[in-house]
Design a protein around this ligand. Structure first.
Ligand code: GAF
Length: 386
């Protein structure tokens, strides 16, 4: 099998006509638990996965930024001084948006050298594994190094999030970029999205004989339109109705008052966030005290909360989760922003084929397109590779 770092070097040389200065990469992520809690200043527990986006970068002798990729027919480029969200569109809004966001974070875009980029990725697009954060984080670490910005990982995560919010136009939180930048082999990233303090939590799946199965339903989702923004607005309305600055400030003790104060739909959105924050804390505690075989009920409860209270699941995700649970999974839930994308199932390694066959069969029976299934392991975050 060819090494993607060789491929990206060749791609760079082919498009830009010279050898790159270096190669940087960043992983996609899967969220173990803590969904739609990040923009409510709550807790999340994602991990970086063993699928990466790789960026080759060369320094130019002018002040232009050009980006090319295996997944685009044409190169996109702009003088650094002209970078602005309104000037960016399509896939190149991700890498160019990061350069703009680094300018907002203090980089002097009039003084830094121009760059050429070439990007390849093994993170599946549209599967809910944050191929977008992988691009943003790989570009952020590369530019931080060659422009000698000295920004720390939380600051780079904020730049990636700003690019996604303003240049791409998706009102997402900070979880995905944080996972991609802070991940470590065999660990999850326990992140407090208010303080941005993080801790690495050992997962120990392999020692426990477990695998994390991704079931990509193939149902597409787009967080720059529709449901994701609606949910975020409901959470803000719920916080305002309860007189707090964010839902992070509510606990289970506040739910009776929330039920009396808010309309039923807003109450259920709030209940999801409040209970999901608690499930993240419980998952971290259980992982540390009893290990991964004991977290199944928390994963299952998270799915029900997203299905019934937050209403972001779809029939394909519910079927994947229920079939995995009925065929020996320790626990299962949809993962990511919802409305499509992937589910995860924590499964005994010895029973994985049975679960896959059962899910394929159930999807065929319901007339759904066949899902794509594969396992992932927790991997290192963004880094320089060469
Ligand atoms: C998407 C967003 F990008 C994240 O910020 C997060 O809100 C997630 O959906 C839901 O937990 O991945």
């Amino acid at each position: 099998m060819s090494d993607i770092r060789d491929d990206v070097t060749e791609g760079f040389e082919h498009v830009h006509g010279y050898a790159p200065l270096g190669i940087w990469s960043a992983p996609g992520r899967v969220n173990l638990i803590g969904e739609h809690t990040d923009y409510n200043e709550g807790f999340v527990l994602p991990f970086a996965i063993n699928r990466r986006t790789v960026v080759a970068l060369g320094v130019r002798d002018d002040s232009r930024m050009n980006v090319a990729s295996e997944f685009a027919d044409e190169m996109a480029g702009i003088p650094l001084a002209e970078l602005a969200p309104s000037r960016l569109e399509g896939w190149s809004a991700y890498p160019l948006g990061v350069a703009w966001a680094l300018g907002e974070a203090g980089a002097d875009l009039a003084a830094v050298p121009g760059v050429d980029l070439y990007i390849e990725s093994t993170v599946p697009v549209g599967a809910g594994l944050s191929s977008s954060a992988a691009i943003e984080s790989a570009v952020a670490v590369a530019l931080d190094e060659v422009w000698q910005l000295g920004l720390d990982r939380p600051a780079l995560a904020r730049a990636g999030q700003l690019a996604e919010n303003k240049a791409v136009g998706a009102p997402t939180g900070i979880m995905d970029q944080s996972a991609s930048l802070l991940g470590q082999d065999d660990h999850a990233v326990f992140l407090d999205c208010r303080s941005l303090q993080s801790e690495l939590v050992p997962l120990g799946f392999a020692e426990a004989g477990l695998e994390l199965l991704i079931i990509d339903t193939g149902v597409s989702h787009d967080h720059s339109t529709g449901g994701y923004a609606d949910r975020r607005a409901s959470c803000e309305a719920g916080a305002a109705g309860m007189g707090v600055s964010s839902l992070r400030d509510l606990s289970a003790d506040d739910l009776p008052r929330a039920r009396e104060t808010l309309d039923d739909e807003t109450f259920r959105r709030v209940r999801h966030v409040v209970t999901e924050n608690q499930r993240v804390l419980d998952t971290v505690r259980v992982l540390r005290s009893e290990g991964p075989t004991a977290i199944g009920d928390l994963l299952d409860a998270s799915h029900l909360s997203m299905r019934d209270d937050f209403e972001i699941s779809v029939p394909e995700l519910d079927l994947a989760v229920e079939t995995a649970q009925a065929n020996g999974a320790i626990g299962a839930r949809m993962t990511g922003g919802g409305f499509g994308g992937a589910a995860i199932a924590l499964v005994p390694a010895s029973g994985i084929s049975r679960i896959q066959v059962a899910i394929d069969g159930a999807f065929a029976e319901h007339g759904f397109s066949q899902p794509t299934m594969f396992t992932v392991t927790a991997s290192n975050g963004a880094q320089r590779d060469r």
